[in-house]
Design a binder for this molecule. Structure first.
Ligand SMILES: [Zn+2]
Length: 407
């Protein structure tokens, strides 16, 4: 391991209690971490702007920046003339390849992995089909994917600070446990424990939508706004909420379960076992089920269902429009409760968004209360690589947060 990486991982990384370096710099740690986070999100940035954004004194920023430069985590750019009269400024930015993060996302049939820089730029990616959703098989596949990524890195693998593994469902991040995943049919799987001896770096277990929200917070729409939400539509309905500078997890880590808001009436039965969930009407499988029943064709595929709807079939069109109304209602409920300035609509079903869009907007406008309706709705089709990048972002965020709390 290089001297640079060893020093920086000792100071910034996780699971190293009692390190002499960490103790020595305890008092400086919060400033160190906040400065690093600001430069990571906004660099290249002038030191004075870091001071303004963090509320730290200019002397405090300079001290933290000097230490970050010393450790090779921040680099300086050429001097530029200042916009206002005074000394020219020398912007700083994160040396993003100084440390690397692995991100993995697990779907029903497949698994995606990436290795990224500190700014979540993807260096390598790996895709594998899953042989089964049995816990042992999935753990083996995760280990294979991570191994392949570290092999691709060669000697640079020593710069890895951790691996984030994300799943859909109810995930206990603190203990590294998937409490319940309807899609994988898992309950209480101790993922971190099962992977503990496989790698030389820490493993973080995360909910997939929360991981995607962290990536957007630091490297996407969150850079310019203090409150936003992500709603994912596809096999399930997911939601990540970022308010006043933090991703909301709640006391039990399940905050933002938009798919299970009971808005759909008692006739709709959800895969979670409850009645009336948004997901029971608006997920891609619920839409397909409804069209299959109407057409008396149990083998109809999603592609065929989409074609039917686009060609003007009333039953197929109705199923998509009913889903759109439900998603708009759920989004208005979210806007009324939390008041985000932007809702990002993402997920696999966004590729068929032409079939939902009108009803989503109508329903949102009808139910959003007062100024909550000013919320901007944007759509983006995240790729699976984006989801895996989210898992890597949760590792990066954890590294910075840990430094903050240890201080
Ligand atoms: Zn449900």
């Amino acid at each position: 391991m290089t001297g640079l990486s060893q020093t920086t991982t000792d100071e910034l990384s996780v699971n190293r209690p009692g390190s002499t370096a960490a103790e020595e710099h305890m008092e400086e740690a919060p400033a160190f971490s906040r400065v690093f986070a600001e430069v990571l999100k906004h660099g290249p940035i002038a030191r004075i702007d870091v001071s303004n954004r963090t509320g730290l004194s200019q002397a405090g920023v300079t001290k933290a920046v000097n230490r970050l430069i010393q450790h090779g985590l921040i680099t300086t750019h050429d001097t530029m003339p200042s916009a206002s009269p005074g000394r020219p400024v020398q912007p700083i930015s994160v040396n993003e390849e100084a440390l690397l993060a692995i991100g993995v996302t697990v779907r029903v049939n497949e698994i995606f992995g990436v290795v990224t820089t500190l700014r979540a730029n993807v260096l390598h990616s790996v895709h594998r089909q899953l042989a089964s959703i049995a816990v042992a098989d999935v753990m083996e596949s995760i280990a294979d994917v991570v191994q392949e990524l570290t092999d691709q890195l060669g000697a640079d693998a020593e710069r890895i600070i951790g691996a984030g593994i994300a799943f859909s469902g109810d995930v206990d991040r603190e203990h590294g446990v998937v409490r319940a995943s309807a899609r994988l049919n898992w309950t209480h799987v101790h993922v971190r424990e099962l992977l503990r001896d496989r790698f030389d770096f820490p493993v973080i277990v995360e909910n997939d939508v929360r991981a995607l929200t962290i990536a957007e917070e630091w490297f996407g729409i969150g850079v310019d706004t203090s409150s936003f939400a992500i709603v994912t539509i596809g096999a399930g309905i997911g939601c990540g909420v970022y308010v006043n500078g933090d991703v909301v997890g709640g006391a039990h880590g399940v905050a933002g379960e938009l798919g299970h808001l009971p808005l759909a009436g008692v006739d709709a039965v959800c895969p979670c076992g409850r009645r009336g969930c948004v997901e029971a009407v608006a997920s891609s499988s619920a839409i397909l089920q409804s069209i299959r029943a109407a057409k008396l064709d149990p083998l109809l595929t999603m592609r065929e269902a989409v074609e039917l709807a686009r060609s003007g079939d009333a039953d197929a069109g109705f199923a998509f429009e009913r889903a759109g109304s439900m998603i708009g209602l759920a989004m208005a409920t979210l806007a009324n409760l939390v008041g985000p300035s932007v809702i990002l609509l993402a997920g696999e079903s966004v590729t068929n968004y032409d079939l939902f869009e009108r009803r989503v907007r109508e329903s949102f406008d009808e139910h959003a209360f007062g100024s909550a309706a000013e919320c901007t709705i944007v759509t983006r089709a995240h790729t699976f690589e984006d989801w895996a990048r989210g898992s890597a972002s949760s590792v990066i965020r954890s590294m910075v947060d840990r430094t903050l709390t240890e201080g």
